[in-house]
Every structure is written in C-alpha cells, then in structure tokens.
Design a binder for this molecule. Structure first.
Ligand SMILES: [Zn+2]
Length: 341
C-alpha cells in the first residue's frame, strides 16, 4: 500500500465516508481539463426505463456529489482516492488520458427500480446521513415522481450495503419516518451484523463514519427488516451475489427474466475507468481493498464471459453497459437509450 500504512488508510477511508455524511453544501462540479457533464442542482430529475424479459427496470438518478469536495477531512485527489497502491506518475498519466479531473470528480448515485409485474423492488435509496447533505443529492423522490412511481407502491427495498449514500433515503427527509411505508427492507446478515452487531463500536473505532446515525436509520427499519445470506434469492428472478470488500456484507443483485440477465454491481465496481481497466488498483472507498479487488475481478470476469448487462450505482447515468476483456483488464462499453436490453 504505497505511502500509506494500513492504519492511516483506514483512518482516511473512514474520514472519507464520515465526511461524506457531513458535507457542508455542494457546488456544481467543475471540469478542469475535461470530464463529462453531470447532474447539478439545476438538473431535472432523471430516470431511464427499459425492459429485461418480462420485467421493467428503471434507473432513478438521486443526483451527484463531488469527490473529494463532499468529503471534508480527506485531502487527496480523486486520482489517489481511486488508485492508492499506484505510483503518482502512473496514475496521473492514466487518469489524465481518460479526462478524469485531478481536483474533483463528480459521482452520480442511481437507485434502481425493478418491476417484476407482481412486485416492485427498489435497490438502494440514495440520500445522505448527517446534516447538511450536499444540495445535489437526495432527488430520488423527484425522480420517482417523474417516473410515475409512488413510495407506497414499493414492496421491497433491497440494500447492497449500508453506506450513507445507499441507506440515507430510507427515511422521508421531511418526516424522518420510513419513506416506503409498505416495503420490507432486505439486507445481508453480514452487513447488518457489521453495522449493528455486538462490537460495532470497536469495528468502527478508527472509522469515524456516522455510526450512531446510520444505526438509527437501520433500526428504524426493525419492524420491516428481512435478512438474507449473501447468495440467497431475494425473490423469483432476483438473487443476491456475494461481493465483499467494499463493505464486509456487500451484495450485488442479479436480475434474470426471459433468458436475459442484468447485474446490479452496487459499489463493488465504483468507476468506469480504473475499476475496469485496472481492477487491482485499490480504492479508498473500500473497507478491505484487497478483497474488493478480488471481487471486482470475479464480477468482471463473469460479466465479460456471459456478455451480461451490468448497471453500476455510481456510473455516469444511466449506468448501463457491458464489460469486455481488454489486455489484463476490461473495458466499459456503455449502452444508451434505445440500445439497452
Ligand atoms: Zn456508494
């Protein structure tokens, strides 16, 4: 781990995550030297809908936050954040050539609605934990309204993991009550234990994540929580895939219908450049960077072999595309409207 010992890494990682929950305000991401446009405070609510066999899939954009501008206490460039174990010259050359800004990288967040025809599943909820949240996240409600989906119509919320940008939307921002009143909430037992099990305070001692606030959000779901083992089926055609490393209990979600497959990778694959092309590069996002790298390779290998459609939570909206092998790594092939599934 170049230049950072494990403890320092853990501390930075923790500050990153905790800071993400405490960011004071947000400005529209700048794009020095290029970079792709992203959602900002003035962007309209976004959703993108397509068919997968008999199912209907809708990507719902919750907005975006800047890396690291939304993360007080972490004074590293996005390049270092995404490539901790890589020498500065190599990573600078790599990211510059892919137009990844050196000072601030906009990261979008996109929960996914799966409508099976019988039930509606929402995978992750966007939002934030801690005040004030960046002004450009937390738009899930507006995106759902635009897509014609009411919170009451959600039957199941499935969580890939419990980081604040995935579980913050479980509570109604105004009432602080469960936002999806008729939904059960599904989480892996490993993830639930990580956050709320005995010794959580010790596990997070060096991770100044907003642990008590996150625990409060999780516990507010007590009466509707269902735990699964990583790998378990959530419902017919919707299976969890163990993908630890980003967090210990992280799961990806495999959706199958009519002979078609879609893999929701959650945060097992965070970027569309480094994570694909250099899956062994370690990211400050991940609780266990080495395990996360092994998970990335495994998921990418399977997605490439099976020519499987994948959708990434933090990928540029709508986050949909394919992984193809390229040298020692993979290449991201996005698909746009009209060409999906
Ligand atoms: Zn995330």
């Amino acid at each position: 781990m170049t230049g950072l010992d494990r403890r320092q890494f853990v501390r930075l990682n923790a500050v990153a995550l905790a800071g993400a929950a405490m960011a004071p305000g947000f400005t529209v991401a700048r794009h020095p030297g290029g970079g792709s446009p992203t959602t900002g405070p003035l962007a309209p609510p976004g959703f993108y809908r397509f068919s997968l066999g008999e199912m209907q899939i809708t990507t719902l954009n919750d907005g975006s936050f800047g890396l690291p501008s939304a993360i007080p206490g972490v004074d590293v460039s996005p390049h270092e954040f995404l490539a901790l174990n890589v020498d500065p010259e190599t990573r600078s050359k790599f990211f510059r050539s892919r137009m990844v800004p050196a000072d601030d990288l906009p990261l979008e967040a996109s929960p996914v609605l799966i409508d099976s025809g019988q039930q509606r599943f929402l995978v992750d909820t966007g939002g934030w934990i801690g005040e004030p949240a960046p002004s450009s996240v937390g738009r899930l409600g507006a995106a759902m309204t635009a897509a014609g989906v009411s919170p009451e119509s959600i039957d199941v919320v499935v969580l890939t993991h419990a980081h604040p940008d995935h579980v913050g939307g479980l509570l109604d921002p105004a009432t602080r009550l469960p936002r999806f009143p008729n939904a059960e909430v599904v989480i892996s037992d490993v993830e639930l234990e990580l956050w709320t099990g005995e010794g959580a305070e010790d596990r997070f001692r060096d991770l100044p994540l907003p642990l008590p606030e996150t625990q409060a959000v999780i516990r507010a779901m007590d009466d509707r929580m269902r735990t699964i083992r990583p790998g378990d089926e959530v419902a017919t055609g919707i299976r969890s895939e163990p993908s630890p490393g980003h967090t210990e209990g992280h799961v990806s979600i495999l959706v199958e219908s009519g002979g078609q497959e879609l893999l929701l990778t959650g945060d097992a694959i965070v970027s569309t450049h480094a994570a694909f092309e250099q899956p062994d590069w370690q990211s400050m996002f991940d609780h266990d960077p080495e395990q996360a790298a092994r998970t990335r390779r495994r998921l990418l290998d399977r997605a490439a072999t099976d020519e499987m459609l994948i959708l990434g939570y933090h990928f540029p909206f709508a986050g949909l595309g394919y992984a193809v092998r390229d040298g020692q790594g993979y290449r991201w092939l996005p698909v746009g409207s009209g060409s999906a599934a």
